[in-house]
Design a protein around this ligand. Structure first.
Ligand SMILES: [Zn+2]
Length: 242
């Protein structure tokens, strides 16, 4: 498909313009930095894009301010009383200083107990919790990959989890390898599943083309809702494209 990308600057804001074979103009603001992206039909020129952005400046700035606020909230100290998310649910963190090995336990009443050694500092506490998220996520992924690689009829040679700043998932098409963002452990499992499907569909279609959307519609009819949920603001500073 014929897709062309470039950037323009409107009133000091950098705007990513994607020109492709679509009927309507779509404008979006993405966290964390408030990146502005406009997808426009092929026939719409930059002057028209500029005008569209200017008429929506109030909306754009409202979203950018919202993301900036979330960025501030997202600083974590890993102390008792903080909210932390796991599989889309909010938990109250309860830090327990003790002498045994560090570990994490989740309680039904909505608390995550973080057991650390006496004198552990913020980065040590963060490391223990992050390792726990990683183990939880790594346990959730294999059944989902197994389910979807046969549904989509693709091969996955390798997968992994890593902390990424700007992407929920990455697909290396030639190596049939996918990477999933560690942050997905904090989101509902439906969101994790959506990202897995998205990355596996890339094995059939490299670009976010119309064909890609059609394949997504076919395999996961409600994928747009899941994407929305994934990018919803509640959990803080992560987001993203993929
Ligand atoms: Zn993609």
């Amino acid at each position: 498909m014929n897709t062309e990308r470039h950037q323009i600057t409107v009133r000091g804001l950098v705007v990513d313009v994607v020109r492709k074979n679509i009927k309507h103009l779509h404008l979006a603001v993405y966290p964390p930095a408030g990146r502005i992206r406009v997808a426009v039909p092929l026939r719409v020129n930059d002057e028209a894009v500029r005008l569209a952005v200017i008429t929506r400046l109030a909306w754009i700035n409202r979203h950018r301010r919202k993301f900036a606020g979330q960025e501030r909230q997202s600083v974590r100290e890993y102390i008792s009383g903080e909210s932390h998310y796991f599989q889309g649910r909010r938990y109250r963190l309860n830090v327990v200083y003790q002498d045994g090995p560090a570990h994490v336990a989740i309680r039904n009443n909505g608390a995550i107990d973080l057991f650390v050694r006496q004198g552990s500092d913020t980065s040590q506490r963060e490391r223990v919790l992050r390792a726990w998220y990683r183990r939880q996520l790594k346990a959730l992924i294999p059944p989902l990959i197994a389910k979807w690689k046969s549904a989509i009829a693709v091969e996955v040679a390798e997968w992994g989890v890593k902390q990424m700043k700007t992407k929920w998932g990455v697909c290396n098409i030639r190596a049939h390898r996918i990477w999933l963002n560690l942050e997905l452990a904090k989101r509902p499992i439906q969101c994790l599943e959506y990202v897995i499907v998205h990355e596996l569909v890339h094995l059939l279609e490299r670009l976010h083309s119309e064909r890609f959307m059609e394949l997504m519609d076919k395999f996961m009819p409600h994928w747009r809702l899941r994407r929305e949920e994934l990018n919803r603001s509640a959990l803080g500073h992560e987001t993203w494209d993929y």
